[in-house]
Design a binder for this molecule. Structure first.
Ligand SMILES: [Cu+2]
Length: 365
């Protein structure tokens, strides 16, 4: 926790230092015809939800594609081999006494469709739907014990995830500085009873309810509180956002709830040319383990243990956003960014994240 806090402060100080160096000499350039601040430098990363607000009457539609790549396992901050996991870690759903299946790779692909509309200067409404696909590759070890590899298999799930509705409330606006509150609700529209065929340690191939990590939704109504600060000066824009993901129910239909999650994002962007924005960001998050358990998720694999979820992660990232200079396309922005964890202290054994990439476009009108 101490390292997490230090990381957050370093990120925030970096952002504020960059902002303080810039001078506010081009404020008028950001005004549009109606005098609104429609083209205020929005330097928020694409991966940040609700990082900006709109002025009265503005609409924004967005599509974002996010890819997450996980490879290998760790416990705390220590890397683990598949053999170490099946030798050293107790299976709480046993028998067998230890895990016999180890996930080695996972990818997550998300297609996020968003809409924003501001009925008033003080309120922006936001809705987001998400279609996702998850793939997980595993090694199965033969029999009840030992380190003889029997084979590999991959499970896959796809479908719509949870749906998020938010209100963003502008509570402070002084010159170039804005603070808004994020108040959101996540609706449990994603499936939590996905199943697929696995390779069992005895060589059979049963179809089972897949572990928590492979399900598409949380199964609970979740509150999404947050607070966001943004500022801009000259060619610089910056911001910081805290968001939470708080379960409003202690159990979903299958008897568990995901751990609450808290995330801090900080970012800074530089308008390098009329059409190109360069951006850097730092994020830190902490999440607790899963509470309760789904009795149908009981395979001898680490992902079937609710305690092997959550942890602390600090990631650094960067990217760009392009706004075509042609007048007809002025309302369009597209961009891409990548984020790489620099610190992961995971409740393990658990798969570790290698990188997360986001690409997307948004149109305002
Ligand atoms: Cu927007």
């Amino acid at each position: 926790m101490k390292l997490l806090t230090t990381g957050l402060m370093a990120g925030a100080m970096c952002v504020y230092a960059m902002g303080a160096q810039a001078q506010d000499h081009s404020h008028h350039q950001h005004m549009n015809h109606s005098g609104h601040h429609a083209e205020h430098l929005d330097a928020a990363p694409l991966a940040v939800m609700g990082g900006h607000i709109h002025n009265k009457g503005e609409w924004m539609l967005s599509y974002r594609y996010k890819h997450m790549d996980m490879d290998g396992n760790r416990n705390g901050t220590n890397d683990l081999s598949p053999e170490q996991i099946v030798t050293n870690f107790v299976n709480p759903n046993g028998p067998p006494a230890n895990f016999r299946v180890v996930p080695t790779e996972m990818t997550m692909d998300m297609h996020m469709f968003g809409a924003m509309y501001a009925p008033a200067d003080w309120l922006t409404l936001m809705a987001m739907g998400m279609y996702m696909q998850k793939d997980m590759t595993h090694i199965t070890f033969q029999g009840m014990a030992g380190t003889t590899r029997l084979g590999e298999f991959t499970t896959e799930t796809s479908g719509w995830g949870d749906t998020k509705l938010s209100g963003l409330f502008r509570v402070y606006q002084q010159g170039a500085h804005t603070i808004h509150l994020n108040a959101g609700l996540s609706l449990p529209t994603g499936s939590i009873d996905e199943q697929d065929t696995v390779l069992a340690p005895n060589g059979m191939r049963p179809t089972l309810r897949l572990p928590y990590a492979m399900q598409l939704g949380t199964g609970t109504y979740d509150a999404l509180p947050g607070i966001t600060y943004t500022g801009h000066s000259g060619n610089w824009g910056w911001g910081a956002q805290y968001t939470g993901e708080i379960r409003l129910e202690s159990d979903n239909d299958e008897g568990y709830s995901w751990g609450d999650k808290h995330t801090l994002n900080t970012w800074a962007g530089y308008q390098a040319t009329d059409w190109l924005l360069l951006q850097a960001n730092a994020s830190a998050s902490t999440q607790s383990e899963i509470d309760g358990r789904d009795p149908l998720i009981a395979a001898p694999v680490q992902t079937a243990d609710p305690d092997n979820y959550g942890g602390e992660t600090i990631a650094l990232g960067g990217g760009f956003q392009i706004k075509p200079s042609m007048a007809e396309l002025r309302n369009l922005t597209f961009g891409a960014e990548i984020s790489v964890p620099v610190y992961q202290d995971l409740n393990g054994p658990q798969m570790e994240t290698d990188w997360v990439g986001t690409a997307g476009l948004k149109v305002t009108f």
